[in-house]
Design a protein around this ligand. Structure first.
Ligand code: ATP
Ligand code: MG
Ligand code: MG
Length: 347
C-alpha cells in the first residue's frame, strides 16, 4: 500500500510506450515497458467517449470474471488481464503481452493458409476457450482472426489465445443487435433473431476454414452478399421458423408460400421463403452490391476445401491421408456453419 502511495506521490511513470501494436474500433493498443514489474505489457487505451468507456467497463468485468473464477490457472487460452486504470478520461486496460494476431499470420503466409496440423492445434485451443466462455454464460460476439493472438513460444509449442472481450455480453442479457464483424456474422444475427453462445461457434467455423484456405469463407461486401455466399457455399438456408420470427427476414428473403416449385429447384428445400435475387436487392436498394475485396472462387464447401488453388490439390491427386483429413475438415465445418443455431455444434 505504502509502496503504491509513493509511486503515485512522485508521479513516477510506470508504463513506457515502446510501439503501437494495433488499433481497433475501441481504441489503440500499445506495447509498453512496465517499470514496476520489469516486463512488457499490452495497454489498451479506450477512446474517451462515454459509450466506449461503458463498454470497456463490461470488458474489464467479464474478463476478470473469466480469468479469476473460470480459469484461475491460465490453462484455457484466454488472455490475462493485469490491471486497469483511468487516464485523462481514457480507460486503460493492461494485458499480458502476446504475439501477432492470426490475420497477420495469414498475411505473412501470403494468404495461402496454414498446414492442417496448425489449423488443428489452434482450433482445439480456441474451442477450449469457448467451452469456458459457454460455461460462464459469456458470448464473445467478435470472434475473428484479428482477435486471436499467437502466444510467445513456450517449449517451442505453437499456441493461441482469445482476446478482445470489448463486445462480449452475458447470455440472456443481449442488448445489441448489431454485433460481430461482417464476414464472421452468424445468420441469426444477420436476420435479427435472438442469439446465444451459438453465434461464436458460427464465427469459429469461419475462422477454421479461413486458417486452412487463407482467405475468409464469406467475404461479403454487404450483409446480403454474406448471406447469399453462405447459402451458395454451405447449401440450404436458415429454417423456416427462424425466418418467420426474425426481424430482418424481409431485407433478404421473399415469402413465396410453402409449395413453391422454383424454390425446391433453387436449394432442394421445401421452404416458405427464398432468398432475394441480386436484381431484386438492387431494385430495392438502388445501389449495386459491391464486388468483394478479393476474388474468391465461389462454390460448395467441399470444393473449396479440396480444390483450393493455392493448395494445388484436387481430390484426384490428393494422397489418401490428406483426402481423409480434408473429408474430416469438411465434416467438422458442416457442424459449425450450420444455419440452425439449435443444430449447430456446441464447443
Ligand atoms: P476491434 O476493432 O476488434 O473491436 P479493439 O479496439 O477492441 O478491436 P483489440 O482487439 O483488443 O482492440 O486490440 C487491437 C489489436 O491490438 C489486436 O488485433 C492485436 O493485434 C493487438 N493486441 C491487442 N491485445 C494485445 C496483446 N495482449 N498483446 C499483443 N497485441 C495485442
Ligand atoms: Mg479486436
Ligand atoms: Mg473489440
Amino acid at each position: 500500500m505504502l509502496h503504491h502511495f509513493i509511486w503515485q506521490f512522485f508521479l513516477v511513470i510506470r508504463y513506457i510506450v515502446e510501439e503501437m501494436l494495433g488499433q481497433g474500433t475501441f481504441g489503440q493498443v500499445a506495447k509498453c515497458w512496465d517499470a514496476e514489474t520489469n516486463s512488457y505489457v499490452a495497454v489498451k487505451v479506450i477512446k474517451n467517449q462515454p459509450a466506449f468507456y461503458q463498454q470497456a467497463i463490461m470488458e474489464v468485468s467479464l474478463l476478470s470474471m473469466l480469468n479469476e473464477k473460470f480459469d484461475p490457472d491460465d490453462q484455457h487460452h484466454i488472455v490475462r488481464m493485469l490491471d486497469f486504470f483511468p487516464w485523462k478520461n481514457h480507460l486503460c486496460i493492461t494485458f499480458e503481452m502476446l504475439g501477432h494476431n492470426l490475420y497477420e499470420l495469414l498475411k505473412k503466409n501470403n494468404l495461402r493458409g496454414l498446414q492442417l496440423q496448425f489449423v488443428r492445434t489452434f482450433s482445439r485451443q480456441i474451442l477450449d476457450a469457448l467451452i469456458v466462455m459457454k460455461g460462464a454464460g459469456i458470448i464473445h460476439c467478435d470472434l475473428k482472426p484479428e482477435n486471436i493472438l499467437i502466444t510467445p513460444k513456450v517449449n517451442s509449442a505453437a499456441g493461441v489465445k482469445v482476446i478482445d472481450f470489448g463486445s462480449a455480453c452475458m447470455e440472456g442479457k443481449t442488448i445489441y443487435s448489431y454485433i460481430q464483424s461482417r464476414y464472421y456474422r452468424s445468420p441469426e444475427v444477420l436476420l435479427g433473431y435472438p442469439y446465444t453462445t451459438a453465434i461464436d461457434m458460427w464465427s469459429f467455423g469461419c475462422i477454421v476454414a479461413e486458417l486452412y484456405i487463407g482467405l475468409p469463407l464469406f467475404p461479403g461486401a454487404s450483409e446480403y452478399d454474406v448471406l447469399s455466399r453462405m447459402i451458395e457455399i454451405v447449401g440450404g438456408q436458415p429454417p423456416d421458423d427462424l425466418l418467420r420470427e426474425a426481424k430482418n427476414t424481409r431485407k433478404f428473403f421473399k415469402h413465396v408460400g410453402s409449395i413453391y416449385p422454383g424454390n425446391e429447384a433453387h436449394n432442394g428445400l421445401r421452404s416458405s421463403y427464398r432468398i432475394l435475387t441480386e436484381d431484386e436487392v438492387e431494385a430495392r436498394d438502388s445501389k449495386k452490391p459491391k464486388i468483394g475485396k478479393w476474388y474468391f472462387p465461389r462454390g460448395r464447401l467441399d470444393r473449396l476445401i479440396f480444390a483450393y488453388p493455392w493448395k494445388n490439390l484436387n481430390e484426384g491427386n490428393l494422397p489418401e491421408t490428406e483426402k481423409e483429413d480434408c473429408l474430416a475438415l469438411v465434416d467438422f465445418l458442416r457442424g459449425l456453419v450450420e444455419f440452425d443455431p439449435n443444430k449447430r455444434w456446441s464447443p
